[in-house]
Write a protein that binds this ligand. Structure first.
Ligand code: ATP
Ligand code: MG
Length: 123
């Protein structure tokens, strides 16, 4: 089976004044295509931080995050945005919808941004 997600000593640190602390200590993880994975742990243990690295929402401070064969740290902001748009689906805990748009327009907006569905087929 080919790994679809691979972290090699990937970690995320944040700066707090003069100090740095690790939101995610360097982690090495392999997830194969078709595998279902649940990430569990205490609040503040780094689950969202890990998901943010895998989805390209955030960047690792060290190590490598490889998704579908692409090392995300090699992508610039534009390429990373295109990767998120074309390859990643996220169901957020608090939905993250744009409140001034209808539910339908929220969905169509994402299609507009990525251009994966022909305009006339979007609605
Ligand atoms: N943008 C940020 N800036 C500074 N510190 C952060 C940031 N994001 C997360 N942290 C810190 O990193 C650590 C891990 O946070 P994270 O949100 O990944 O935990 P979690 O496991 O998802 O928690 P929960 O179960 O509450 O969702 C926490 O100490 C958190 O305060
Ligand atoms: Mg979380």
């Amino acid at each position: 089976m080919s790994p679809v997600i691979q972290l090699l000593a990937a970690g995320r640190t944040f700066r707090q004044g003069p100090d740095e602390y690790a939101a995610l200590r360097p982690a090495t993880v392999t997830i194969d295509r078709g595998q279902y994975v649940a990430v569990t742990g205490a609040s503040g243990s780094g689950k969202s931080t890990l998901l943010n690295l895998i989805t390209g929402v955030d960047r690792a401070s060290q190590g490598t995050v490889r998704v579908n064969g692409t090392a995300l740290e090699t992508l610039g902001e534009g390429a990373l945005a295109r990767f998120r748009g074309a390859s990643i689906g996220i169901v957020f805990q608090f939905f993250e919808l744009i409140p001034t748009l209808t539910a339908l327009d929220n969905v169509v907006l994402a299609m507009d941004l990525v251009g994966t569905v022909p305009p006339r087929a979007r609605r």
